[in-house]
Design a binder for this molecule. Structure first.
Ligand SMILES: Nc1ncnc2c1ncn2[C@@H]1O[C@H](COP(=O)(O)OP(=O)(O)OP(=O)(O)O)[C@@H](O)[C@H]1O
Ligand SMILES: [Mg+2]
Length: 273
């Protein structure tokens, strides 16, 4: 567990001080707070609940690993945090402010989202890295250094981004997000399409960024080994509901709920390795 996260979480699980505000109590140390979130989606002719009365708090600088069976709502939960979709019920707070009160560009700069197999924007690697700064009318300071920091050679800047390997694209996608200096990084299975060695490299590099910048991470993974290795806290989502929230070691060593034990035993699906 990182020191920052430890400081916060030891003040009482989930370690959040609450204070009063005109909109009610909110978690003052929270990067992200979900409050009674509900979301339904149209599937065929039916409207199906995908997230149900879901609440949870992620302290600043904490790494939360989010696990759960396929279809349990993990990606949907991430999408709520930077307004790719909006909740039907409840609220999502980023730094104490409800997401719908943020301007979308500012929110997406603050909360970066990286997917499993990210699409490259048309053009070169340089075009991809410059995308965010350009939107803000800024110039990317030192693109070669950005590339080096993700373990890629600087002569790659002029390459067509579409021609890169999967591992290279994943690094560019992360670098492209990180040049915006997000305070929160939402990671949706970012290493699952990579070979084991590239996956470990990317994982270590993300943790380095977290340590150096104190970036809060909400990290969806199907690898239980990875969830255990990188998490401070682990959340289990089952059928759109929070089945367990626990410090990562406790989650894996002494799960409190039967559902968690069954999930860890592979009985619910979706938790490979
Ligand atoms: N745009 C959409 N329209 C309709 N249903 C959707 C949409 N997006 C997701 N769903 C449904 O919502 C549920 C949760 O999907 P979600 O992608 O959040 O699951 P997940 O936990 O990320 O699964 P996985 O581990 O397979 O990535 C699923 O039943 C899915 O079919
Ligand atoms: Mg998903």
């Amino acid at each position: 567990m990182s020191q920052r996260a430890r400081n916060v979480t030891e003040s009482g699980a989930p370690g959040i001080r609450h204070t009063s505000s005109s909109s009610g109590d909110f978690a003052t140390d929270a990067s992200i707070e979900f409050r009674h979130v509900g979301k339904s989606m149209k599937q065929g002719n039916q409207i199906v609940p995908v997230l149900r009365d879901l609440s949870g708090v992620i302290p600043h600088g904490c790494v939360v690993t989010l696990v759960g069976p396929s279809g349990s709502g993990k990606s949907t939960l991430l999408s709520l945090c930077n307004l790719l979709i909006t909740p039907d019920e409840g609220e999502v707070y980023v730094h104490g402010r409800e997401v719908r009160e943020w301007s979308i560009p500012r929110l997406r700069q603050t909360v970066g989202l990286v997917f499993q197999s990210p699409a490259m924007f048309p053009g070169t690697v340089m075009d991809n890295l410059q995308y965010g700064p350009q939107l803000r009318g800024e110039t990317l300071g030192n693109p070669k250094r950005v590339l080096q920091s993700v373990g890629l050679a600087e002569d790659m800047l002029a390459r067509d981004a579409g021609e890169l390997s999967g591992g290279q694209k994943q690094r560019i996608a992360l670098a492209r997000t990180l040049v915006n200096n997000p305070e929160v990084l939402l990671l949706d299975e970012v290493t699952s399409a990579l070979d084991p060695s590239a996956a470990r490299d990317v994982e270590e590099w993300i943790l380095k960024v977290h340590e150096e910048r104190g970036t809060t991470l909400l990290w969806v993974t199907h690898s239980l080994e990875q969830a255990r290795r990188v998490g401070d806290w682990t959340w289990l989502l089952v059928d759109g509901q929070m089945a367990e929230v626990a410090p990562t070691e406790e989650f894996f060593e002494t799960p409190k709920s039967d559902v968690t034990a069954r999930f860890l035993a592979g009985e619910l699906g979706g938790g490979a390795s």
